[in-house]
Design a protein around this ligand. Structure first.
Ligand SMILES: Cc1ncc(COP(=O)(O)O)c(C=O)c1O
Length: 371
């Protein structure tokens, strides 16, 4: 049996002819940039999230960059985020000229450690940027209250968590801005790159729009220096095609995660902790084990597309050498980089594939105990 991480033909559905016809008409008719399809997708996503202001951009990385720029963040400012995320979170902070300040994460939830976050706030801090990692919502009420009490902004990196909720409220709608990615690996994916930003109010939305469109207000009138990072119209059409099924797909991911938890119970593994009131969307299903590398090799030999969970922690990337972060500064993030293993989870994964993966994991620990 082969267990894949992605199945795009399932995501597009059996009858894609109406979509192909629309894409063909757009292609031939020259409907490429900020068209009705882009506005439609922004409206669709706003409805899905319960948000008022949504703008499509080129990538999830750009979403973070333009959100930071729309808040006026740049040289001399500090932005606090976590030591175990995808590199893009930190790159976006660097790209606007600000300083990323890292804090360690909670060993149970793998999310930002809220006590350390509070302690890291200094005179130059302007933004708190938590990451809803692997699709698990970061508890936002406390972070928003902390930011308000200290006069700070909040940007949610929700790239991995579209549809995740806290007591019914979608992540990405708690902060000043919420940033999403539609990279092909994500729960809602374009046929290439894409991203979106949710703004808390109309003023922030307008500042964001200017950053997205070269600072333009009307033709040939550039009010501020901005980027050019608009969601492509063809991608917007594809995203609107998929969005109506996202809720059902996320529900299947939760069910599949439950199957994994049941079948792997009793093995020397642990899972990302669950939190009351949350709706996790399991972008990735992580298990934690000291035997990560050997188990990973064992599963891959058996045609299971498992991968290591961010095996290089942020501080260890050559791109971060300038910062002078030292090994041992973020012990939990560093341990997770050695111990997390991501098992395949897809919106269409059948229980037979979960049984197969779990059976292989049991066989691995069985043979390891005889060594
Ligand atoms: C946590 C996180 N932040 C930001 C990004 C950047 O998104 P993109 O790849 O669309 O630029 C990603 C995904 O790639 C991500 O996982």
């Amino acid at each position: 049996m082969r267990v894949a991480r992605y199945n795009y033909s399932h995501q597009l559905g059996a009858d894609i002819e109406p979509l192909i016809a629309d894409l063909r008409a757009m292609l031939v008719g020259g409907r490429y940039e900020l068209t009705a399809e882009v506005k439609q997708f922004e409206a669709d996503l706003a409805r899905f999230l319960g948000a008022r202001h949504v703008r499509g951009v080129n990538t999830g990385t750009d979403a973070l960059v333009v959100a930071l720029r729309a808040l006026g963040i740049g040289r001399g400012d500090e932005v606090i985020t976590q030591a175990n995320t995808f590199h893009a979170t930190v790159a976006a902070i660097e790209l606007v000229g600000a300083e990323p300040v890292l804090v360690d994460v909670d060993p149970e939830t793998f999310l930002i450690d809220r006590r350390q976050l509070r302690d890291a706030i200094g005179p130059r801090t302007r933004v708190l940027m938590p990451v809803h990692l692997y699709g698990k919502p970061t508890p936002m009420a406390e972070i928003v209250a902390l930011a308000e009490s200290r006069g700070l902004f909040v940007i949610e990196d929700a790239a991995q968590a579209i549809g995740a909720r806290i007591e019914g409220q979608a992540v990405g709608t708690f902060g000043h801005f919420g940033c999403f990615s539609f990279h092909p690996s994500k729960n809602l994916s374009a046929a290439g790159d894409g991203g979106a930003v949710v703004a808390r109010n109309a003023d922030l939305d307008e500042a964001l729009r200017r950053q997205r469109e070269l600072g333009q207000v009307g033709q040939n009138n550039h009010m501020v220096v901005g980027f050019n990072t608009k969601l492509d119209a063809l991608q917007a059409r594809i995203l609107s095609w998929k969005l109506p099924r996202l809720e059902q797909w996320n529900e299947h991911r939760r069910e599949a995660a439950g199957w994994y938890r049941e079948r792997l119970a009793g093995l020397p593994l642990s899972f990302q902790a669950r939190t009351e009131g949350e709706t996790h969307v399991y972008h990735l299903f992580q298990v934690r084990t000291r035997e990560r590398d050997a188990l990973l090799a064992w599963l891959r030999e058996r045609d299971i597309d498992a991968v290591g969970g961010y095996p290089t922690p942020i501080p260890a990337h050559p791109a971060c050498a300038r910062k002078g972060w030292k090994a041992g500064e973020f012990p939990v993030a560093e341990a997770l980089s050695k111990e997390l293993l991501c098992l395949p989870i897809r919106p269409d994964i059948p229980i037979e594939e979960i049984d197969y993966v779990a059976g292989c994991a049991h066989a691995f620990f069985e043979q390891a105990s005889h060594k």
